[in-house]
Design a protein around this ligand. Structure first.
Ligand code: NA7
Length: 287
């Protein structure tokens, strides 16, 4: 398929590379022009990238960035024609994604939200899990592209529902990791050997995929970004915004957000979100 891929960050670059590997005709665009993908053409604007595309795939940081690449000056929307599909893998506000879908449909094209889980390692390996919102037939049409980038496509519902599910899932990730960070900090302070605690976690009912994934990095104190802290912080703000709009209370997440606010103030944005452990440890110092 002829694909325009917009956004070559940690996720987007590997996703676009896997589309090329699978034999698609890919044109990439990135705001900062020093990024590219072997085997892909490079466009000078989202509009130019989308000019001959059947599918426009977006993977940028946040709601404002999606709005910019789609509807800003020289945005992809200027090239959107009837029959085209726009797929967005950025994690943004579900309500905004629904609005974008309405505008794209007015052109006779279609729009799906397709956020991902799996972070950097799954993006590189083509084993992402997609949570999709939109029309069945459009999602089916994208199947070869989903297969090139991921291992599973979950059909969640109409537009915005893939994102709503993604925010709910990331809420659990943030809380589970925070639980792990606090448990580790307390146990260490009480004199428990780290390896003994890890063995207990692994062999008991508190074992979790999040902890399985993060434990080896925490063990090495390696906080290089698989999923940058600034993006989880952004997702937490989105969860709280969506909760406020829908009248839902999230008291646990409100507390966890304070840890992320502090980590941000401490300049930890570009570390992995696992580095929030450092903030929990620092809060305990001297006591
Ligand atoms: P990264 O590695 O932070 O990459 C973010 C990308 O978004 C990168 O290509 C940025 O371009 C681009 N970006 C950010 N702001 C803008 C604006 N205003 N206009 C155009 N492009 C922009 O994120 P990931 O790849 O890890 O994650 C992407 C999404 O998937 C995110 O929503 C996650 O939560 C899930 P740059 O290179 O800085 O010029």
């Amino acid at each position: 398929m002829r694909v325009a891929f917009l956004g070559l960050g940690i996720m987007g670059r590997s996703m676009a590379a896997n589309l090329v590997k699978a034999g698609n005709d890919v044109t990439v665009w990135n705001r900062t022009t020093n990024k590219s993908v072997d085997g892909a053409k490079v466009a000078s604007s989202p509009k130019e990238a989308a000019a001959n595309a059947e599918v426009v795939w977006i993977c940028v940081s946040d709601t404002a960035a999606v709005e910019q690449v789609l509807f800003g000056k020289d945005g992809a929307f200027e090239s959107v024609r009837s029959g085209m599909t726009v797929a967005d893998s950025s994690t943004i506000l579900p309500e905004a994604s629904e609005r974008f879908a309405v505008r794209v449909r007015e052109r006779g094209a279609d729009f799906v939200d397709a956020p991902v889980t799996g972070s950097k390692i799954a993006a590189e390996g083509g084993t992402l899990i997609f949570m999709t919102g939109g029309k069945d037939e459009t999602i089916q049409k994208l199947d070869p592209l989903f297969k090139a980038m991921g291992k599973t496509v979950l059909r969640i519902g109409d537009n915005g529902k893939g994102l709503a599910a993604k925010l709910a899932m990331n809420l659990m990730i943030a809380l589970i990791y925070e639980g792990f960070a606090e448990a580790l900090t307390l146990a260490t302070k009480l004199g428990v050997d780290q390896q003994a605690l890890f063995s207990l976690i692994q062999s008991s009912m508190v074992r979790s995929g999040v902890v399985d994934y993060k434990m080896p990095f925490v063990e090495k104190r390696d906080f290089s970004p698989n999923f940058p802290l600034r993006l989880m912080h952004k997702d937490i703000r989105l969860m709280l915004e969506a909760a406020q709009e829908s009248g839902v209370a999230l008291p646990g997440l409100e507390t966890v957000k304070k840890i992320y606010d502090q980590a941000h103030a401490d300049g930890r944005d570009d570390l992995d979100y696992a580095a929030t452990l450092l903030n929990v440890e620092e809060l305990s110092k001297g006591k």
